[in-house]
Design a protein around this ligand. Structure first.
Ligand code: PLP
Length: 450
């Protein structure tokens, strides 16, 4: 038995993996990774895999990054963790200072949690509680977009809209108002992204007009609905939304958990619409893919609505045991340093152009309906019929064939349904991007057979 097999067998006798039908592992193995170096992962049999999806969108500067490793080792010898109520520490303070500095103007307060879903819960609760502290107790609802994703805990799941994850739990979830989205896959032939996205905004405007009295906030993934098959839209939608939220006295929650930290080409996606949300949720790339941490940035105005004598009972009494974990904060500081020292946003422009070039040939593929890109995210929509855009039946799991083929060729691609996407760490080289594209091409060739 190979080393892979032995560890994989032990795994399957005690573990339960995320977002997985465990029975699938009767026919293909779980892959035990021994080590990571840069963009490469290596298993116990010595096979290597190019991490083309940044280990679920978290890794920015490679595995075992020397700068982040060094920072963590130093932090480990100083302070690993301390209770964050009544206490603080240098890495948490520095990180909050830097997040306030690098996020859009007006976001001056930082609240930590320990994963993306918790950050979404924090933002939802804070928004609701803000209005309540102002005496506006009729505001209890949230507006969300079709095809959105905000995490798996019950509150986050409720404001999400991907049926595969949501439908089973529907009886447990709070009621939300769901508005058709600006997803440009659905635009008319020849129509611009900007035109479609602004046209679709009228539906949001109508909803706000009708329901603003009872609505706390609109929650949105700026520019790319990542878990919703990497669907994309124009920044104009965010601009219009910011103005409408102001007009109707509703908060705007920007969930930049996936798109933040350079994924869309700017450090934060909101920058492309030159807007500041009332809440910004960050996680995933925040620690460079090292440790679980999330942050909710908000305004002085929100903060002040909670600031009062204890007896007023206006405080935000929300906590997680690992809030502000020192190791995680330090990894985040090292990550932000890399952005600064190596001019990453600038460099990513040429990397994004290389990705576009590597994917040029897919535009004409008979089973590709669309190749779309926003910054460092590139997605290929595999369909049964290019002209009618008829999708393959989901039961055929053709994306899974791409996944398995790519693994056999040493590339980790993990399609969302039939959408193959590239979301590599920012250290990818041109040759590595070409390898990803070549393997994806061959994978699609395999997947569309019969
Ligand atoms: C991944 C994700 C979340 C949830 O984050 P977790 O850390 O997985 O809980 C929320 N929102 C968006 C947009 C995400 O991509």
């Amino acid at each position: 038995m190979s080393s892979n097999q032995s560890l994989s067998n032990r795994d399957l006798s005690v573990l339960w993996h995320p977002c997985t039908q465990m029975k699938d592992h009767e026919t293909f193995p779980v892959i035990p990774i021994k080590k990571g170096q840069g963009i490469w992962l290596e298993d116990f049999d010595g096979n290597r895999y190019l991490d083309a999806i940044s280990s679920w969108w978290v890794n920015l500067f490679g595995h075992a990054n020397p700068a982040i490793n060094a920072a963590l080792k130093d932090q480990l010898d100083t302070l690993e963790h301390v209770i964050f109520a009544g206490f603080t520490h240098e890495s948490a303070v520095k990180l909050a200072e830097q997040l306030v500095e690098i996020t859009p103007q007006g976001l001056n307060r930082c609240f930590y949690a320990d994963n993306g879903s918790s950050a979404v819960e924090v933002a939802l609760k804070m928004s609701f509680h803000y209005w309540r502290n102002l005496g506006q107790t009729q505001k209890t609802k949230f507006i969300t977009l079709e095809n959105s994703y905000h995490g798996e805990t019950l509150g986050a799941l409720a404001v999400g809209n991907v049926p595969l994850y949501k439908e089973t739990y529907a009886p447990l979830l709070m009621d939300v108002i769901t508005v058709p989205g600006p997803d440009c896959y659905h635009r008319e032939p020849g129509e611009s992204w900007a035109n479609y996205s602004s046209r679709r905004f009228t539906l949001m405007e109508q909803t706000l007009q009708q329901h603003s009295d009872t609505v706390c906030a609109v929650i949105i993934e700026p520019l790319v609905q990542c878990a919703g098959n990497m669907r994309m839209y124009d920044p104009i939608y965010l601009k219009l939304l910011r103005a409408a939220c102001d007009k109707y006295h509703v908060h705007l929650i920007a969930d930049e958990i996936a798109v933040g930290f350079g994924r869309t080409g700017t450090l934060f996606a909101c920058e492309q619409a030159t807007i500041s949300p009332d809440f910004m949720c960050l996680s995933k790339g925040l620690t460079g893919g090292y440790l679980p941490l999330s942050a909710v940035l908000t305004t002085d105005q929100v903060y002040q609505a909670f600031y009062a004598d204890y007896q007023s009972l206006n405080a935000f009494l929300h906590s997680h045991s690992y809030t502000g974990n020192a190791l995680a904060c330090r990894a985040a500081l090292a990550t932000i340093d890399i952005f600064r020292q190596h001019n990453i946003i600038e460099k990513n422009r040429s990397l994004a152009a290389m990705m576009a070039k590597a994917a040029l040939r897919f535009h004409d593929h008979p089973n590709v309906a669309e190749v779309r890109q926003t910054g460092m995210i590139l997605a290929i929509e595999m369909v049964k019929n290019k002209h009618t855009r008829e999708p393959y039946p989901w039961q055929e799991r053709r994306g899974l064939r791409v996944y398995q083929y790519a693994l056999s060729k040493g590339v980790l691609l993990r399609p969302l349904g039939n959408v193959i996407y590239f979301m590599p760490p920012y250290i990818a080289t041109e040759d590595e991007l070409l390898l990803i594209a070549e393997v994806a091409w061959q994978g699609i060739q395999q997947a569309v057979k019969d």
